[in-house]
Design a protein. Sequence first.
Length: 299
Amino acid sequence: MCPTENPAGQGADALALAPRRPALCVSIHDVAPVTWDECARLAEALRAVADIPLTWLVVPHYHRPGGDAARMEAGLNDALARGDELALHGFTHLDTAPRGPGLGERFLRGTYSVEGEFAALSLDEAARRIERGLDWFAARGWPVRGFVPPAWLMGEGAWQALRGFDFDYTTTFRRFHLLHGGPGAAEVSVLSPSLVYAARNRSGRLASPWLADLLALGLSRRPLVRLSLHPPDVRYPRLLRHAQATLARLLASRTALTKAAFAERLLTSTVPSSHPPASDAHRTRHSTTGRHCAAPRAY
């Protein structure tokens, strides 16, 4: 199992893709009826700093029940109308597959997170869940261009299944992956470890803002910085203030983009203009049979 990165490999890194202002992608994870109020408060706090486009990571059948689905859907329709993006974030957001004996796997799927739904699924099961998630989006008339696995964990079966769908991108904790670049094109992988808060325990709440600052400094010359927020973050004013200050600081030197917009930037930076980005509207799913997938080019 390769739970965090593309099993095809990475390649060499470079500092920039094109001579343009580097990007900032801000995402709100774990969007579901039961988490909607906290997600909406996160968006409100971010927009108190700047009215930026956001990427909402939506879970169609979140494992925790509750909440008002109609209110969430109305809020997400409003988000789309203002230029935000909705991405598919798994199906249930819960890891129910049997665990292997390895220490690394036990740590990732136990200590690190028990919600890495796609960490150990077979190709067929991963494809089934993605298909159901896309059907759920389509029933609401929502375009979807990206897939982000819960807890950023994907095993080999999930990676294989993902390429059977017409997504523009996926992200792991460390990288942003462009999933297509035209016929015969290499996949592109951009180094961009996510700035994230560990709100669920006291030590994480104390250490993660400091670690986020350190990571942002290390990424200062990179083409992309990602700021990822989760519903529990809004419960802790110190974390929320730090996220607001981080956003303000990053916007001084970066352009805020949705993840789909950054994928489009990558596409136009790495393939000829004769291969335009795919449409935002209802995505067409396709088979990977006979499809050429070169090793990813990494930045």
